[in-house]
Design a protein around this ligand. Structure first.
Ligand code: ADP
Ligand code: ADP
Length: 231
């Protein structure tokens, strides 16, 4: 089953007095259910724009986005079940970690009762945040903030998970640990995932397939072995 499909996806940014930027120019891609695709490519090639369009955080200039076979193009973000952990997707400072996670479930009330409390505890345990559930974002390390952002994306049991440089703020040792954790989470939960990364090791250890983007299109697509072994 194709869990996520992009058909001829396009994005042109137009602003007054500036030349139009064709950030994504006819991108075709299909992910099968449970697959983790590593998305690589130089800065400015259109990776973030692609993720934002899938999430519904950016309008589409052309083409179609299908989740589980149904088009979500033009639907608002709230109507898509897409989990996003973006570098600049800030946590709410006044809320505790637990409350930020509950927000991922769209819990209306801040009180962490019943089901919400159970899910928050479960996901916190999974990503190693149990000890900081009552802390506020300002008191966390950047690694912990990234975990909160990941947990908030996971808690909703999304149809598709989008991770933009999830290990970027970590030092080498933390990155190693977190990479292993991500791998375990992926194996246990089996989300259909796109992971944007610059890190070859991250891509090699986590990705089922790798797509290399350049100038708004996918230039190469294959297993990590095929991509890194090709001249
Ligand atoms: P990447 O994530 O691969 O670095 P982006 O998707 O951020 O690439 O950017 C692709 C192109 O679109 C770049 O040329 C960038 O400058 C441009 N771009 C990104 N966001 C905007 C925006 N909001 N307005 C205008 N141009 C943008
Ligand atoms: P979704 O998460 O599907 O985008 P939500 O209803 O959760 O939809 O969020 C509505 C809006 O609030 C979104 O447009 C998003 O940009 C913004 N948002 C969601 N979570 C946060 C957050 N933790 N911090 C800041 N803004 C957020």
């Amino acid at each position: 089953m194709t869990a996520l499909e992009l058909r001829e996806l396009r994005k042109t940014y137009r602003s007054r007095g500036r030349p139009a930027v064709e950030a994504v120019r006819g991108l075709d891609l299909g992910l099968r259910s449970g697959e983790l695709l590593g998305l690589l490519g130089p800065s400015g090639c259109g990776k973030s724009t692609t993720l934002r369009m899938i999430a519904g955080l950016e309008s589409v200039t052309g083409g179609d986005i299908l989740v589980g076979g149904a088009s979500v193009t033009g639907r608002p973000a709230q109507e898509r079940n897409i989990g996003v952990a973006f570098e600049n997707y800030a946590l709410y400072p006044p809320l505790t970690v637990a409350e930020n996670l509950a927000f991922g479930l769209r819990a209306r009330r801040r009180s962490l009762r019943g089901d919400v409390r159970r899910k928050v505890a479960e996901i916190a345990e999974r990503v190693g945040l149990t000890d900081v559930l009552d802390a506020r974002p300002a008191g966390l390390s950047s690694g912990q903030k990234q975990r909160v952002s990941l947990a908030r994306a996971l808690i909703r049991e999304p149809d598709v998970l989008l991770l933009d440089e999830p290990l970027s703020h970590l030092d080498a040792a933390q990155r190693d640990t977190t990479r292993r954790e991500l791998k375990r989470i992926q194996r246990d939960l089996g989300h259909t995932t796109i992971l944007v990364t610059h890190d070859q090791e991250e891509a090699l250890s986590l990705a089922d397939r790798i797509a290399v983007m350049r100038d708004g299109v996918i230039q190469q697509l294959g297993t990590p072995y095929e991509i890194y072994d090709s001249p």
